[in-house]
Design a protein around this ligand. Structure first.
Ligand code: GLY
Length: 373
């Protein structure tokens, strides 16, 4: 991105170099794993007891980011192996959820776009079918989770899964997937977005009629909270919907969310607190990394430097407060927090998507292509 000053460029170069130093070693030692976190500095492995976790695409996605930016084979080898390990999840499709975009679009989807690998294409195609099949045509939304009590639940996280559907329409020339994605994005605007630019995390509706039933707190502190990670999904997700469709309402929505989030971040010294409206202010570093990616992509879409500036400030805060570059720790970004729940919000730890989005933000600022989503 040529909007950076020379000083900013050399800072970003040094971050990229440090990421490569740490992750090239990890790509070899964690070759046969699908990590979620680290324990005593070492990546854990969830392939046996957590293959359907929504987070399982981030390790191969991270490896592909580093491969594109460095050309090193160790990353490509590990990314491809993780993709094969992930095939186990397709054996229980009834257990899968709307987060199949997180799982496959940045693993198989990226592999296919880079290498034209046919197996990777099949995996991403299958994931797109599974996501499209969750669409409720009467009401116009994609159902998030499984179970008869949850057929009418929608969540803002879904915005990051829509690029899988845009890809399927672009790749196969079939508008159905894009239309489903647009209907769902419109649902999120209508049902989740508040007047001030913040969002409800979970909306429960009648799956027969679409009639509103209730809000649920989800990752935030209560139904009226503003869960920062969810705002990251929405800010970045609406920007991506704009990039793929060129529909101006998605860009306007992304800017509305961005304005709200930027003001909240400023109030807290740019620290990504778990919930902007909560009384207690623990941080979730992963929310900061996701938001940084959204702000960078929004800056590119609008050519507006203020969004880039917010992203740079966020990355600086993440670097100063949450990055561990020591050899004793395999991961980089510490202090991810899964939710505001009391037992969660006090125990920050590494979470794989923290490193993924931190690396993706640096990758973008280095000017690397392609866009992974
Ligand atoms: N499903 C995405 C999240 O929990 O943030």
């Amino acid at each position: 991105m040529n909007m950076l000053t020379d000083e900013e460029k050399s800072w970003i170069d040094s971050l990229w170099g440090k990421l490569d130093q740490k992750l090239s070693r990890a790509s070899i030692s964690a070759y046969d794993k699908i990590p979620y976190t680290t324990v005593d500095g070492v990546y854990d492995d969830v392939k046996k007891d957590g293959i359907i976790r929504w987070t399982n695409g981030f390790w191969p996605g991270l490896m592909w980011l580093m491969y594109v930016g460095t050309g090193k084979d160790c990353y490509k080898k590990t990314a491809r192996h993780a993709e094969e390990l992930l095939d186990e999840a397709f054996k229980t499709p009834q257990m899968l959820h709307h987060d199949v975009g997180f799982m496959w679009h940045i693993s198989s989807g990226v592999n296919y776009r880079l290498t034209k690998d046919k197996c990777a294409e099949s995996r991403n195609y299958l994931a797109a079918q599974l996501l499209a099949a969750r669409y409720n045509p009467e009401c116009g939304f994609i159902c998030a989770w499984n179970g008869k009590d949850m057929c009418g639940w929608t969540i803002v996280d879904s915005m990051m899964n829509l690029p899988l559907l845009y890809w399927a329409s672009e790749e196969y020339g079939d508008p159905r997937y894009r239309k489903i994605a647009e209907k769902h994005a419109d649902w999120v605007i209508k049902k989740h977005l508040r007047e001030d630019g913040s969002l409800y995390h979970i909306v429960c509706s009648d799956p027969d009629t679409g009639e509103f039933i209730e809000y649920r707190p989800g990752g935030g502190y209560d139904v009226n909270g503003s869960w920062s990670r969810g705002h990251g999904w929405a800010l970045y997700g609406f920007t991506l919907s704009y990039i793929h469709t060129k529909e101006i309402r998605y860009l306007e929505t992304a800017e509305k969310i961005a304005t709200y989030v930027a003001a909240e971040l400023e109030k807290n010294g740019m620290l990504p607190v778990v919930d902007f409206k909560a009384p207690e202010k623990p941080c979730d570093s992963t929310a900061g990394a996701i938001l940084a990616c959204g702000f960078i992509e929004l800056a590119k879409a609008t050519e507006n430097y203020k969004y880039l500036n917010t992203a740079l400030k966020l990355i600086k805060v993440l670097e100063e407060n949450f990055c561990d570059w020591s050899e004793e720790e395999q991961s980089v970004l510490q202090h991810g927090v899964e939710s505001y729940f009391p037992e969660e919000r006090q125990k920050g730890h590494h979470i794989i998507y923290g490193d993924y989005y931190f690396a993706e933000a640096v990758y973008k600022l280095k000017g690397f292509e392609p866009l992974f989503w």
